[in-house]
Design a protein around this ligand. Sequence first.
Ligand SMILES: [Zn+2]
Length: 292
Amino acid sequence: MPLPRTDSLVTYPTGSVLEQATVLSTTTWSEQPVVLTDLTPFHPVDPRWPDQGTDLGILTSAAGSANLVQATIGATDGSELFVGDHVTVRRGTAGWGFVVAHVLPSDGPVPAEGESVMLAVDAVHRAALSAGHTACHVAALALNAVLADRWRRPADTDGLGNPDFDQLAITSSVIKPFAAVDTYRLGKSLRKKGFDPTDMHAALPAIADRANATLVRWVTGGAPIELEISGPRLTDLRTWVCRLPEGTQRIPCGGTHLSSLRELTAIGIELSYDAVGSELVMTTSATPAGRG
Ligand SMILES: [Zn+2]
């Protein structure tokens, strides 16, 4: 059967962790079986900005059950499948479909094309990543707020009206279960944009304390969070919206999230410099409600 040239339908943005789906194609990538389905609840790694890691879970077919190795984004032109970093075409390119590639173990059961399969996401792992991702975005807003007085020129602002240090300086973000690690470059280009890092090293504990006090207030307030979804396809735009007392933040985001800060009892950050001293590292942790 040819590979699909249409975008996968995805249900993880609405919180789904279980779907029955039809196998459109089974193929291989790096000697591992890859299954493409008409729809999926699996959140895939996005190779363009791989902050949130793969969902875990099980694909069950008549051949048996297999634990997913990973779900990642692929692109096909109907004859060939490119996966992860190997995707070079832009989304929306005519004749190309963007798909969720379900990568299976090479020694496990593989479903047949056209078969109906059950896709079951590990809901506990998903919830932990959602907490980590939400905490990551909220912590970034707190960091923006406490660094606002270090900007000497007008800069792009976040939804709360603070210069958007997070977006202007970030170089990488890794979402973990109930945690996140963000790395920011404090180089010449950030200083040119107006950021003043003078004496920041000595000030880091005080900066973290102020951010953590803000986070206590925001988590206690239980801000609501929505994911606005423009359509059902993998490639449709999704926007993370968080309504905090100081304002509403709206950013494009392909990840999964909590629906309210009420689902947490705490978000906390730690700040440090990397060994060279040119990068600031923010480590964020989220404490789920009911977990002490
Ligand atoms: Zn995000």
